[in-house]
Design a protein around this ligand. Structure first.
Ligand SMILES: NC(=O)c1ccc[n+]([C@@H]2O[C@H](COP(=O)([O-])OP(=O)(O)OC[C@H]3O[C@@H](n4cnc5c(N)ncnc54)[C@H](O)[C@@H]3O)[C@@H](O)[C@H]2O)c1
Length: 251
């Protein structure tokens, strides 16, 4: 017997927290969840990105709520969780930075800055939000890792360590939190055209693009679509996994 598939996402009455949600992949996630009917709280560090995103998303009115948060600081995520305007159903841990240098040149400061935001940040946001989740059986924690966590990368000791750590935490939380009504998953984007990638030298971008079997960089919507699927009812039995969205860069 077959049943009809209904993969048009509807997140009406769902409350989503998107970290780093005012730029790049995060902004796309914010927009797509709003378009699908959700309420979204954006936890974002940059006041400049908040202002730009506010005007871009003005049409969604009070369904989008901006909070200035530094995910690397637990006091900051605690404060944000306390003033959250709703009980959350979905957390997308997306905020991230790079500070690329060869291992020889990488300082402890470079290492710690990336670990603090990209790994401890995921711990902080998830920890602070835990008591603020709705008491429902369909809760979601989705963290943005990276394909480089799966194969390593030149100049990214700090970033790869953090993103591999995110995968480890994802698998651990999937085990610990499944009985509490959560699915916990990671998405591993390949190279995706956002300000983070636009900041790379043109020559380096060209070299990378030639290595992508799909022949193009990812779009922020490619990543957001995977997150929306994992957040949907249809993905309720998927937990503890990592979905690569990378145009076959890592096979
Ligand atoms: N773009 C890519 O090719 C790519 C590939 C793999 C993984 N990723 C990951 O996807 C996520 C989004 O990347 P992007 O390309 O959209 O980056 P981006 O730099 O365009 O956006 C990141 C957002 O996170 C915010 N942010 C940074 N530090 C923060 C902090 N301490 N507290 C709160 N917000 C903070 C920034 O202000 C920015 O708005 C990141 O975790 C990144 O590591 C990106």
């Amino acid at each position: 017997m077959t049943t009809q598939s209904n993969l048009k996402f509807n997140f009406q009455n769902k409350n989503v927290v998107v970290t780093g949600g005012a730029r790049g992949i995060g902004l796309q996630l914010t927009r797509q969840f709003l378009e699908a009917g959700a309420n979204v709280a954006v936890w974002e560090y940059s006041t400049e990105s908040i202002e730009t995103a506010k005007s871009e998303l003005a049409a969604f009115g009070s369904r989008v709520h901006f909070q200035q948060v530094d995910v690397s600081k637990f006091e900051s995520t605690e404060k944000a969780a306390q003033s959250l305007p709703f009980a959350a159903h979905i957390l997308i841990n997306n905020a991230g930075i790079t500070r690329d240098k060869s291992f020889g040149k990488m300082t402890h400061e470079d290492f710690e800055a990336v670990i603090d935001t990209n790994l401890t940040g995921v711990f902080n946001c998830t920890k602070s939000l835990m008591p603020k989740f709705a008491d429902t059986p369909d809760k979601r924690i989705i963290s943005i890792s990276s394909v480089v966590a799966l194969y390593g990368n030149f100049g990214q000791t700090n970033y790869v360590a953090a993103k591999a750590g995110v995968i480890g935490m994802t698998k651990t939380w999937a085990r610990e939190l499944s009985r509490k009504g959560f699915t916990v998953n990671a998405v591993a984007p390949g190279f995706t055209m956002t300000p983070m990638v636009e900041a790379m030298p043109a020559e380096a971008r060209k070299t990378i693009e030639e290595k992508i079997p799909a022949g193009r960089f990812g779009k922020p919507s490619d990543i957001a679509n995977a997150c929306m699927f994992l957040a949907s009812e249809e993905a309720s039995y998927i937990s503890g996994t990592v979905i690569s969205v990378d145009g076959a860069l890592v096979v």
